[in-house]
Write a protein that binds this ligand. Structure first.
Ligand code: PEP
Ligand code: MN
Length: 338
């Protein structure tokens, strides 16, 4: 249930709403906007509470039941677009934010060379996995802490903020100081203890869509982060499982529009994991930008043929530079900057 306060409602009036929610066994979350406060009344059983219970309180403008199963990520709760700040970079505004780098951090040289190249081509955030959630336990699992150290070094050398995947809440202590954006992978979208732990860090995070998750389930996962105190959440569409086998996953372009309608959170697209093949990555990347994505997350490797993970879908430096030129033209046509 969403309680919208009148413009200029006094703090005591908001407190009264909160007290009534608590008295009825509900939790609350506040959205203090520039001109009005919105109170989300949260609980498994809010359906039994009559809206009048809040509507009669002084300072309340309206009370709306949310029929959707997600609340905090919804536009009913917060209509104004969320802007996620990563250093000087803003995700969700007019700037199209490009995050690029290798699937996995393999060596200092590999990471530094890639960072310098993607930065020169216009990417502003460096990606690199230290902990890799591989489908097979026999595949390369990432360099772990050593990888984080390399990432931190390259981050300092280039001045680029970095994004890296967290697969286990126990790794968070080591990651919060060295990583600017925490990535929650598709396989962990419904790992609720991980979501809560990441949410409590308050650090910007990217929440990938699960391999077989509906948009609603994805936004419910975002609610876990938001309910844990996180406000800096970026959604990432990376393709879903379908009957089609010619791509690794099917990129759901329509989810960009659906998210824009139903949520205030920014959405970026990862064309690499959807395509599964370097030749298809540019097509999906261009489509995502044209459809209104707020950014892209792209795998780039100095020598894809010898990459330790996801070489087939990784772009070479030249291919990435060419793609950046095309994306720049699409962004400009849409009135976006890069
Ligand atoms: C990745 O970004 O390298 C990754 C493992 O992605 P996903 O979780 O989308 O499969
Ligand atoms: Mn990968």
């Amino acid at each position: 249930m969403i309680v919208e306060m009148r413009r200029g409602a006094a703090k005591e009036q908001v407190d009264q709403v909160i007290a009534r929610a608590h008295k009825n066994g509900c939790e609350v979350q506040l959205n203090i906007g520039t001109d009005k406060t919105v109170v989300a009344i949260l609980g498994s059983d809010t359906g039994r509470i009559p809206t009048e219970l809040f509507a009669v309180l002084p300072g309340v403008e309206s009370v709306t039941r949310i029929m959707r199963p997600y609340k905090l990520a919804s536009r009913e709760f917060k209509d104004e677009q969320t802007l996620v700040h990563i250093g000087d970079i803003v995700v969700g505004g007019p700037q199209l934010v490009i995050m690029a780098g290798p699937c996995a951090i393999e060596s200092h040289e590999q990471l530094l060379k890639t960072a310098q190249h993607v930065q020169k081509a216009g990417a502003t955030i460096l990606r690199g996995g230290a902990y890799k959630p591989r489908t097979s336990p026999f595949s390369f699992q990432g360099l772990g802490e050593t990888g984080l150290g390399l990432l931190d070094d390259v981050r300092q050398k280039t001045g680029m903020p970095v994004i890296s995947e967290v697969t286990d809440p126990h790794h968070l202590d080591g990651m919060v100081g060295q990583v600017d954006v925490l990535q929650i992978g598709a396989r962990n979208m419904q790992n609720y203890s991980l979501l809560r732990a990441v949410g409590q860090t308050g650090k910007p995070c990217v929440l990938k869509r699960g391999l077989a998750a509906t948009v609603t389930e994805w936004l419910q996962a975002a609610d876990y982060l938001l309910a844990s105190g996180e406000s800096q959440v970026i959604l990432c569409e990376r393709g879903i499982r379908s009957f089609e086998t010619s791509t690794r996953f099917t990129l759901d372009i329509s989810s960009i529009g659906v998210i824009k309608q139903s949520s205030h959170l920014p959405i970026i697209v990862d064309p690499s994991h959807a395509a599964g093949h370097y030749q298809l990555v540019p097509t999906l990347a261009r489509a995502a930008v044209a459809a209104g994505a707020d950014g892209l997350l792209i795998e780039v490797h100095p020598d894809p043929a010898n990459a330790l993970s996801d070489g087939l879908q990784s772009l070479t430096f030249n291919d990435f530079t060419r793609l950046m030129g095309q994306i720049g033209a699409i962004a400009a046509a849409l009135g976006r900057t890069m």
